[in-house]
Design a protein around this ligand. Structure first.
Ligand code: PMP
Length: 430
């Protein structure tokens, strides 16, 4: 495979953009080598500037659940943009979006649009703090909630890939207010609330962790957290930036039957445009400015073009049995990969949720962050590149979930499993 144009672009970028990228994981640091530069993408495929084609299991890190460049999403964007790109006054699409979100996710009685997942989570903890008058928040080791100061404490995603347990620039005084506990540990959560419950404004969690590879909640775990938060008067925040509208139409909260107080979204509701949202109980959300005193604002928030892309995407995923099909495809892919690894004799395990999966170079089960970290990252890096050479683009980190879309069909899955068979052989050969 030729990567000449990507290489030239990356050299130019390295000089001018930190690490050559506008978001760290894109730099391929954890798998080695250099990123490819996208030319275009369509359906399940992404094409680079050198003309190479890849089955794409990243999907822009989640938004492209209906496949890239879906004609209906593009048409909605094109139609909307002709009226102007941004108004700075309310527009009808914002109301439609609020209606769609609150209908699909009943725990959200009110919702506010922002421009990224990071803004959504920052705003959600501000509401939790403002509403409770408390200052501490609880997060989980390996969970990533964007790059807000309070969250860069034992975070997952790029923070983990790059080995930055905390970030310089985050004041210790602020980091001290973030309490971290291990995901899926019932006792740790109970102990923490016994000790500090009176001081805890809110608990934020990825109900399915997608930023430490892909870890599912143990039976009853999310319910346990719901009960602890209720008992101690803390706000339960589900960060559904990844899982929202993906693992079920109504997200992880629907899949597991839990009602959080606040939820954060992003990715899918923007259909590939920059969008985030936070919402929840009316009593909490009505404290946000200008209805209430908790301040949060945004020049481009509720952008009409972004709303149009998101609404078109939400329309597509409400097709009958959309999520069932996505779940079946995810199992087909993961079962095929596990069978291929078994054939070659490579220790390998997958975790799955509808449209989302984790790949581990170790034996299962994987239920904790420690389990996830025990995956052989060196082997993953070799596997990643062997797959890339065979036209399959996986998340360029052993600690990121993979994503599927409705455009991933039989042909793409068969191609992926065939590629994996020889990639596993390459990994096994050392
Ligand atoms: N929360 C979660 C669970 C995420 O996965 C991400 C990003 N991958 C974010 C928050 C931050 O979203 P953004 O990158 O849009 O700021």
């Amino acid at each position: 495979m030729n990567h000449e144009r990507s290489h030239t672009l990356f050299s130019r970028a390295l000089d001018l953009i930190p690490g050559g990228v506008n978001s760290p994981v894109r730099a391929f640091k954890s798998v080695g080598g250099e990123p490819f530069f996208a030319q275009r993408a369509e359906g399940a495929y992404i094409f680079d500037v050198d003309g190479n084609r890849y089955v794409d299991y990243v999907g822009s890190w989640g938004p492209m659940i209906a496949g890239h460049a879906h004609p209906e999403v593009l048409a909605a964007v094109e139609g909307t943009m002709r009226n102007g790109l941004s108004f700075g006054v309310p527009n009808a699409l914002e109301v439609e979006m609020a209606e769609a979100i609150t209908r699909i996710v009943p725990s959200c009685e009110m919702v506010r649009m922002v421009n990224s997942g990071t803004e959504a989570t920052l705003s959600a903890i501000r509401v939790a703090r403002g509403a409770t008058g408390r200052s501490r928040i609880v997060k989980f080791e390996g969970c990533y909630h964007g790059h807000g100061d309070s969250f860069l404490v034992k975070a997952g995603s790029g923070v983990m890939t790059l080995g930055l347990p905390n970030s310089p620039g985050v004041p210790a005084a602020l980091a001290d207010l973030t309490l971290t506990i291990p995901y899926n540990d019932f006792d740790a959560a109970a102990r923490l609330f016994e000790e500090a419950g009176h001081d805890i404004a809110g608990l934020i969690i990825e109900p399915i962790v997608g930023n430490a590879n892909c870890i599912l909640p143990r039976e009853g775990y999310l319910q346990h957290l719901r009960e602890l938060c209720t008992k101690h008067g803390a706000v339960l925040i589900f960060d559904e930036v990844m899982t929202g509208f993906r693992v079920a139409l109504g997200g992880a909260q629907q899949r597991y039957g839990i009602t959080p107080d606040l939820s954060t979204f992003g990715k899918i509701i923007g259909g590939g445009m920059p969008v985030g949202a936070y919402g929840g109980r009316r009593e909490l959300m009505s404290q946000v400015a200008p209805a209430g005193p908790i301040y949060q604002a945004g020049t481009l928030s509720g952008n009409p073009v972004a709303m149009a892309a998101g609404l078109a995407t939400l329309e597509l995923i409400q097709a009958p049995r959309f999520h069932e099909a996505l779940e079946r495809r995810t199992h087909e892919l993961c079962d095929g990969l596990e069978a291929a690894a078994r054939e070659i004799g490579v220790a390998f395990h997958t975790t799955r949720a509808p449209g989302m999966f984790g790949l581990y170079f170790r034996k299962g089960p994987v239920e904790t962050f420690e389990d996830a970290k025990a995956s052989d990252a060196g082997k993953f890096g070799r596997f990643f590149h062997a797959m890339l050479e065979r036209g399959v683009y996986l998340a360029p980190s052993a600690f990121e979930a993979g994503f599927m879309s409705s455009a991933h069909g039989d042909a793409e899955i068969a191609h992926t499993i065939l590629a994996a068979r020889s990639a596993f052989a390459e990994v096994a050969g050392g």
